[in-house]
Design a protein around this ligand. Structure first.
Ligand code: ADP
Length: 171
C-alpha cells in the first residue's frame, strides 16, 4: 500500500510567473491563494525585452518585493527566459496560472502541452479569477494610465503610490 505521508514529505514549491507590469489586485488574489495552497511560492517577474514595459525589471522587482516583504512563504525573483525553464531550474513542483476567461484557458491549455515537453515533472495548476477581479488586467491598467484614467482599486495602494511618485497623473 502506498504510504501517503511519505509521498507528501517534500515541501511543495510553486512558481507564479507573469509580467506584473504593473501587479494588480487580481494578481495579488492569485498569489495569496497559491501561497495558502503550497508550502512556498516564488513570484517570478518574466522579462521580455521585445515587450515594451511600463516598469523596468528593477522597478517591478522592487515593487513586488515590497508587497511581500512580511509574508514568510513568498519569495520574489525575475527571469529572462521561459517560465517553465525557470520552474525546472528551481526544482519547483507546480507552475501557477490564473484564468479569467475562456480565452485565457485556451491559451494556457495550449501552453501546458509545450511546457510538459520542457519539464514533465512540473504540474501546471490553474486558479480561476475571483469574481471581483475577473475583468482586471495589467494591460487595462496601462491603458487607463495612458489616458489619465483612475486606477484606484485596480492595483495595491503601494503600487498606486509608486505610479504617482513616478509622475503618472490621473484624475
Ligand atoms: P502575462 O504573463 O500574459 O503578461 P500577466 O503578467 O498579467 O500576464 O499575468 C500572469 C498570470 O496571472 C497569468 O496566468 C494571467 O492569466 C493571470 N492573471 C492576470 N490577471 C489576473 C486576474 N485579474 N485574476 C486572475 N488571474 C490573473
Amino acid at each position: 500500500m502506498t504510504n501517503v505521508i511519505d509521498r507528501n514529505k517534500e515541501p511543495v514549491l510553486a512558481v507564479y510567473p507573469g509580467s506584473f507590469d504593473p501587479i494588480t489586485v487580481g494578481h495579488m488574489d492569485i498569489i495569496y491563494r497559491a501561497a495558502d495552497l503550497f508550502d512556498e511560492l516564488i513570484v517570478c517577474i518574466m522579462v521580455n525585452h521585445k515587450k515594451h514595459c511600463l516598469f523596468s525589471e528593477a522597478e517591478r522587482l522592487e515593487q513586488v518585493k515590497m508587497l511581500f516583504k512580511d509574508t514568510a512563504n513568498i519569495r520574489v525573483d525575475s527571469y529572462h527566459g521561459l517560465a517553465m525553464a525557470y520552474a525546472k531550474e528551481k526544482k519547483a513542483k507546480v507552475l501557477v496560472r490564473g484564468l479569467r476567461s475562456p480565452e485565457d484557458f485556451s491559451y494556457e491549455y495550449n501552453m501546458t502541452f509545450f511546457n510538459h515537453r520542457i519539464s514533465p515533472e512540473v504540474e501546471t495548476v490553474f486558479l480561476g479569477a475571483s469574481m471581483d477581479y475577473v475583468n482586471i488586467s495589467s494591460s487595462a491598467v496601462r491603458e487607463l494610465l495612458a489616458f489619465g484614467g483612475n486606477i484606484s482599486g485596480l492595483v495595491p495602494k503601494e503600487i498606486e503610490k509608486a505610479i504617482i511618485e513616478r509622475g503618472g497623473k490621473y484624475e
